[in-house]
Design a protein around this ligand. Structure first.
Ligand code: SF4
Length: 396
């Protein structure tokens, strides 16, 4: 989507790979902090050096959205986030800057000073990682932060960001049942966030939660029960005016994440910081490239301090891979893949790439709708089965 006169349009994802402690289910690239960790102080300057290099190299003319995620960006503290946001702001001088900037925070490190530094630095949306307010479930998966600190964090978010904040919750946690989940949702909604993400717990291989001993001790619920619990959560959110606009995301009208919609539509973004991935797509050619900064924070800081670019891993996305990813991401979104963008990118309509028996079967069961072609709310519950069916047959 490059305009030769105005430069490339791409969002920015900025990764802060530090956390107070590693949660038992987490497979993101994140590192537990040491006391007085010197890496934390060096990090904003390194990110800004990388941003200068990447923005120049990509020839950006427009950055529609920025997302600072992690890890736990709030461990940067007020001075760290202030330095990062002030440095980024200087880049907007010669190009069209973002209309949405999101920062993720965990309540135990989201102090009033941090949230005010975010707001004063131009952040338009805050995303709070709560997951649950149920102490036994928090303890079971190693989440830091007392429930009192979470409630304080929710109060600060409401006071400083109004409704422009989101809360992450997880279903299927050990020691969680429907009454616990619905109580968590009621507590969170009493602070009136504009947006809630409701994720189902996945036990990723290699995480502490995946060890046989831990699984046996925790007695994780089976898939059917987990599914019922998630549906109870979905219904509670929808009954309070939070519409499902993606498989795990709910928002009051106008409070959707524009940055994440760009992911689901597979529109360009650059990733900065160790472990961050970006995807740049040449629509005219129907192919793209994925660039991932090597997930190694020490090497990253060392290279940037010497004025060198970080190591990046490059993966070509040929027409078939890009088409599959565009469908895979697009069907997560309640409005489905963007038909105009799909035709521009691949020269065919979405319907032409899906065998009629699949369209007929999923439509007949009320799981797929046309105009726009998208999964219905009932269909979103079977997203993985639909995608597996689709990818087994997608025409290139
Ligand atoms: S706070 Fe988030 S990123 Fe950090 S370890 Fe826990 S789940 Fe992973």
């Amino acid at each position: 989507m490059a305009d030769p006169k105005e430069g490339l349009t791409a969002s920015l994802y900025i990764h802060v790979p530090f956390c107070a402690r590693k949660c038992a289910y987490c497979d993101f690239y994140s590192i537990p902090l040491k006391p007085q960790d010197p890496r934390l102080e060096a990090y904003p300057a390194a990110l800004l050096r990388e941003a200068r290099m990447q923005l120049n190299q990509a020839g950006l003319g427009h950055i529609p959205t920025v997302y600072i995620g992690g890890g736990t960006p709030s461990v940067l503290g007020p001075s760290g986030i202030e330095a990062l946001l002030a440095g980024l702001k200087k880049f907007w001088g010669g190009i069209q800057g973002p209309s949405e900037i999101t920062v993720e925070a965990n309540p135990e490190s989201a102090s009033e000073g941090f949230l005010k530094a975010c707001r004063d630095g131009g952040v338009t949306r805050l995303s709070l990682g709560i997951q649950t307010l149920h102490e036994p479930s928090r303890w079971a998966v190693g989440r830091v932060g007392a429930v009192s600190a979470i409630q304080e964090g929710l109060g600060l978010a409401q006071r400083i960001f109004g409704a422009d904040f989101s809360v992450d919750l997880i279903t299927g946690l050990p020691f969680q049942d429907e009454s616990v989940l619905l109580r968590d949702i009621a507590t969170v909604l009493s602070y009136e966030p504009g947006h809630v993400s409701l994720y189902a717990l996945t036990v990723e291989p290699g995480t502490p939660l995946a060890s046989a001993q831990v699984l046996a001790e925790m007695g994780l619920m089976d898939a059917d029960r987990e599914g019922e619990l998630w549906i109870a959560g979905r219904d509670a959110l929808e009954s309070r005016g939070y519409g499902q606009y993606e498989v795990s995301n709910f928002a009051r009208p106008g409070k959707e994440s524009r940055h994440n919609i760009r992911y689901w539509r597979m529109e360009n973004w650059l990733g900065l910081g160790p472990g961050a991935s970006g995807t740049l797509i040449d629509d005219a050619a129907g192919r793209g490239v994925r660039l991932t900064v090597a997930p190694a924070v020490e090497a990253y800081l060392g290279r940037l301090s010497r004025g060198n670019a970080p190591e990046r891993i490059s993966e070509a996305l040929d027409r078939r891979i890009l088409m599959e990813e565009t469908l895979l991401m697009g069907f997560r979104y309640r409005e489905g893949p963007d038909p105009v963008l799909f035709r521009r990118r691949f020269g065919v309509d979405i319907e032409a790439c899906i065998p009629p028996p699949i369209l007929d079967r999923w439509s007949a069961e009320g799981l797929l709708q046309s105009a726009p072609l998208a999964l219905t709310p009932a269909g979103l519950l079977h997203l993985n089965a639909f995608l597996a069916h689709l990818l087994s047959t997608t025409a290139s």
